[in-house]
Write a protein that binds this ligand. Structure first.
Ligand code: ZN
Length: 198
């Protein structure tokens, strides 16, 4: 009887250990997505002097919490003035730029004259949630290249025509250019994305 009990116990232990190791293998094989950056498609999205690569994307790679972009701007080119309801971390890899940052988005109803902050290779900065900003390659000859990491993907961007446009008139751009192939624009309406949030 004791031998039967031992044998049964060993079977149970073997079953538990083999099933748990297979689940570890399954997790391991799906958790890592290895890519060669030079082989990832880049796209200008019709914008002169611009190149975007999604290194880790919500739609493209199933990212849930963050998204990482590699962006390149030719001399004189720039992002739009925009805000988004997520954090954004910039890491400047190459070149120099001017960061335009709204001086005080609350309580005024428009961004107003922005602070101008010079940024350069090896600098990093964080743009807070819903803070209007713009990055401009102010170098005469060199490309500007940076990593941008955003939280809460996919990004929903509100674009301003100028620094004195009211927050409520900034236009929602969703899906953003590189997400357009994944999302139908007419499914993008979402109460949480409206300007009334501000
Ligand atoms: Zn941004």
């Amino acid at each position: 009887m004791m031998n039967l009990f031992k044998s049964l116990l060993l079977h149970i232990i073997f079953f538990l250990s083999s099933s748990s190791s297979s689940s570890i293998n399954n997790t391991g094989s799906t958790a890592i997505q290895f890519r060669n950056i030079s082989e990832i498609p880049q796209n200008s999205h019709g914008i002169a002097g611009y190149s975007h690569i999604t290194l880790a994307g919500s739609f493209a790679h199933g990212m849930k919490e963050v998204e990482v972009w590699l962006e390149t701007f030719a001399p004189g080119s720039h992002t739009p003035i925009h805000r988004h309801s997520c954090e954004e971390v910039f890491i400047i890899l190459k070149g120099t730029a001017t960061l335009f940052l709204a001086s005080n988005s609350h309580p005024s109803h428009f961004p107003g004259n922005p602070h101008q902050i010079p940024v350069f290779q090896n600098s990093t900065f964080i743009v807070p949630v819903n803070h209007p900003h713009q990055l401009w390659n102010t170098h005469e000859h060199e490309d500007l290249q940076f990593l941008a990491i955003i939280s809460r993907p996919p990004v929903k961007v509100f674009i301003y025509d100028d620094w004195f446009m009211p927050h409520t008139e900034a236009k929602l751009k969703f899906p953003i250019f590189w997400d357009e192939g994944f999302v139908q624009p007419n499914t993008s309406k979402d109460h949480h994305d409206h300007n009334d949030d501000l």
